[in-house]
Design a protein around this ligand. Sequence first.
Ligand code: F6P
Length: 541
Amino acid sequence: MNGDITQSQEWAELAKHHDELAGKHLRELFAEDPGRAGRMTLTAGDLHLDYAKHRATEETIDLLVALAERAGLRERVSAMFGGEHINVSEDRAVLHVALRMRENAELVVDGQDVVGDVHAVLDRMSAFSDRVRSKEWRGATGQPISTVVNIGIGGSDLGPAMAYEALRDYADAGIEARFVSNIDPADITGTLAGLDPATTLFVVSSKTFTTLETLTNARVARSWLVAALGEDAVSRHFVAVSTNAEKVAEFGIDPENMFGFWDWVGGRYSYDGAIGLSLMIAIGPERFREMLSGFREMDQHFRTAPFKANMPVIMAMLGIWYTDFFGAETRAVLPYSQRLHRFPAYLQQLTMESNGKSVRADGSPVTVATGEIFWGEPGTNGQHAFYQLLHQGTRLVPADFIGFAEPYEDREGMHDLLTANLLAQTSALAFGRTAEEIAGEGTPAEIVPHKVMPGNRPTSTILAPKLTPSTLGQLVALYEHIVFVEGTVWGVDSFDQWGVELGKKMALDLAPALTSDEPPTSFPDASTEELVKKYRELRGR
Ligand code: F6P
C-alpha cells in the first residue's frame, strides 16, 4: 500500500483488538483454549515453529495477516523475486534470493542473466576452494594453505564469520578461518598472532572496495606478508571478493583472483554468494551448496505458503504486533547452541541496518515505531546474565528461542540438559508463578512479592533436527524474509543504509585533526573540539 498504513481499516481493527486482548494473561489464553498448543505451530522445511506462547489468538493472526495483505505483501514478494527495483533510494533490484536459485532457473533482470552469472561465480569459487583444500594451491614458498583470513566488515564479515562458527564441525580440510574487521589495531594483531605468512591466505572482502577499515587492515596484512616473503608473494596469498574490479586491481590483487558479485546484492544479504568464500574454503563447496539448498527451501516456502501458514510472515507480523501495538522496543534472539554464538550479532546488522528507518520509501515520515532492536546471547549463558530482566523486569521483551534436537557431538547427556533449559525458560516466561503458588510453598509473606514471576512474556520456539549447513541456510533465510515482511508493512526501503554514510565521511574528515603536527583550526562542533584537544594532549601532540 502507498501512504500511511496506520490509517487503514486493518490497522484500526488491530488497535481495537489489542485493547481487548492486552489485559489477558497467557494463562487465561491457554485455559480458554488448550488446543492452541497443538494448532499454533508451523513447519517450513526442517524448521518447526511453536508460536502458541504469544499474546495472540487465531483472531489476532487473522487480523495480522489481513494487515500484511493490505500492505501489498503479495505484490512485493513477486516484485522482489522478479527483480524489480524495490530498493528505490538506490534504484536497484534486490536479488539476494537469486544467489541460491537452481542453475536451471531463469531470471533476466535489466538485460542480465542473473542466474547464469551467479552460477558462473559459484563454479569459480568451488574450483578455487577445491584447489586450496586439496593443497594444489600453494603459497609462495610452496607450502599449502592452513589458515584463511577474511578481511571485511559489516556484511562482508558478519555473515561468513557467523556461518563459519556455526558450521565449524564441518570444516574438514584442516583449514582454519579467521576474521578481522575492526580498525582497532588490536583486531589485526590478534588475528595474525601465531600465523605463518607462508601458509596464510587473505580474502579481502568488500563490496565497494573503498571501506576504510577493510582497506586499512588489508594494507597491514599485505605489509606483514611482504616483510616475510617479499612483494612477489602477494598474488599467491591475496584474493578479493568485490563488485569493484578497478579498485581491486589498484590494490594490487590480480583480477584473475577476484570473485565478483553485483549491486543487487546488499552487503548484509551477501554471504551466500562470493562473500562466503572463506566459509566455502573451510567447509568445502559441497557443504556450501547444501547451505544454499537450505536457503532455497525457505525461499520456496516464503514464496508459496499461504500467509497464515507462512513462517516468515507469521513471525514478522508478531514482531509488528509487539512493536507497534504493545510498544515493545526489542526482540531477544536466544540460540540454545554455542555454535550460533555470533547469530545475534549477524541478525543485528541484517535487521537493524535494514529496517532502522524513519521515512517511508516515498520519503514521507513514518508514524509508528519501526526496526526492532535485536540482541541476544546463546543459552544458557544468557540465563545467568540478563534473563532476570526478561522474567521480572518492567519491560516486555518478546524472544525467539532456537534449539536443535541432535547435537553434532554429545557428552554425557549435556545436550538434553541444554534443551531442558530452553523448554523451562519459555514455560516460565509464559506462565510464571503466582503469589498464591509461592505463598503455598511456605514463603514468608514479605518475600512473596520478590518471588512472583509475572509470566505473560511471549516467545517463539524454533526447533530443528540438527545444526547443519542446510538448517543454517533455512534459519538465515527465515530472518531475511522476516525483515522483508516487516519493512513492507512499515513501507520503508529495507535495502539502503544511508544512516551509516555520514559517520564514515566525518571520520575521514576528522582523522587529520588527530594526527597532524599542526593543531587543527576547524571542528564540526564545540564538544568534538574539546575532545580532539584532550586526545591530542593525551597523545602528547
Ligand atoms: O556499515 C555500512 C556498510 O555499508 C554495510 O552495509 C556493509 O556491509 C559494510 O559497510 C561493508 O561494506 P563493503 O562490503 O563495501 O566494504
